[in-house]
Design a protein around this ligand. Structure first.
Ligand SMILES: Cc1cc2nc3c(=O)[nH]c(=O)nc-3n(C[C@H](O)[C@H](O)[C@H](O)COP(=O)(O)O)c2cc1C
Length: 315
């Protein structure tokens, strides 16, 4: 399959792994790349030295393109970008803003720049700054979110920019991928689906809860604190939602380190299990290769079914 996204990133399938702090390890990223999509190491709160180690680890596991996700809010952002350049990653996805100041040097080194946006205005801005593609991430997503749904955001962004659009948020299967393509996307990014895989190095409790979840089993925490994040409904998430209306400081204190407690310790009393509404579409934990194979098969089937229906609908 060829789209502008597969061509840009030199990958087999137009699927990329969402950058995921703590959950996006070298092992998972390498498995995604090996399977023909683009694996992304989530640098999250990593120091530059740890990121360097992770990139080297991933490169030992795969010779295929590998990318890195960098949060522009990281205190180490300049050095993380430098490490990614030195270690020769194929692409960087940037969260939380416009990475304009890094773009000229990254382009010079042939590293593709793909910012994550939650609004068409930012998509336009990053295109003007020279981004190679854009990830339009809707509020169905796991992790930190904006306010607009994937169906409206991807549609709008695809009409706004001429660089390739990658849809994210709520996509976990081939039907979702086909819907995103109908809106104008030429690739998809998935986070939650890749957490529920054999290769994901997250606590078993996290995987189990995704598989068990219904489409209504997520909740948004931190909205009142100015940093909304979609997480699985747990006793901890409920506590935060209640507390954030009462005590800003106390809620912030509890949230500190809570993603690590979920991913590493499986702590349902003190951890934020970041996951999207797509959890309700995920019923199994399987190898990454199978996830990608199944999605590509269902994607093609969904498009063929639409083509077949065409003659039935327009008689
Ligand atoms: C556990 C987890 C951690 C995440 N951490 C980050 C992050 O560090 N940086 C980022 O840009 N996005 C982050 N995200 C968002 C993903 O990159 C992706 O856009 C999102 O998961 C897509 O929606 P989906 O979960 O419905 O597939 C995270 C998502 C999850 C589930």
């Amino acid at each position: 399959m060829k789209t502008r996204v597969t061509e840009l990133l030199n990958i087999e399938y137009p699927i990329i792994m969402g950058g995921m702090a703590w959950a996006g390890t070298a092992k998972l990223a390498a498995a995604v790349s090996e399977a023909g999509a683009l694996g992304i190491i989530g640098s999250g709160s990593m120091t530059p030295d740890i990121l360097r180690e992770e990139i080297r680890k991933a490169k030992k596991l795969t010779s295929k393109p590998i990318g890195v996700n960098i949060l522009l809010l990281s205190p180490y952002v300049d050095d993380l970008v430098k490490v990614a350049m030195e270690e020769g990653v194929s692409a960087i996805t940037f969260g939380a803003g416009n990475p304009a100041k890094y773009i000229p040097e990254l382009k010079e080194k042939g590293i593709k720049v793909i910012p994550v946006v939650a609004a068409d205005s930012l998509a336009k801005l990053v295109e003007r700054s020279g981004a190679d593609a854009v990830i339009a991430e809707g509020m169905e997503s796991g992790g930190h979110i904006g306010e607009v749904t994937t169906i409206v955001l991807v549609n709008k962004v695809a009409r706004t920019v001429s660089i390739p659009v990658i849809a994210a948020g709520g996509i976990a299967d081939g039907r979702g991928m086909a819907a995103a393509f109908a809106l104008g996307a030429e690739g998809v990014q998935m986070g939650t689906r890749f957490v529920a895989t054999e290769e994901a190095e997250v606590h078993e409790e996290f995987k189990r809860r995704i598989v068990k979840a219904s489409i209504r089993d997520t909740v948004v925490t931190g909205a009142k604190l100015g940093h909304p994040a979609r997480v699985l409904k747990t006793p901890f998430a409920k506590k935060i939602v209640e507390l954030e209306t009462k005590s800003f400081e106390e809620a912030e204190k509890l949230l500190l380190g809570s993603l690590r407690r979920a991913v590493v310790e499986g702590d349902v009393q003190g951890g934020s299990f970041m996951a999207g509404q797509s959890s309700g579409l995920i019923n199994d934990i399987k190898p990454v290769k199978e996830v990608i194979k199944d999605i590509m098969e269902e994607f093609e089937k969904a498009i063929n079914q639409l083509c077949e229906k065409r003659s039935e609908w327009w008689r």
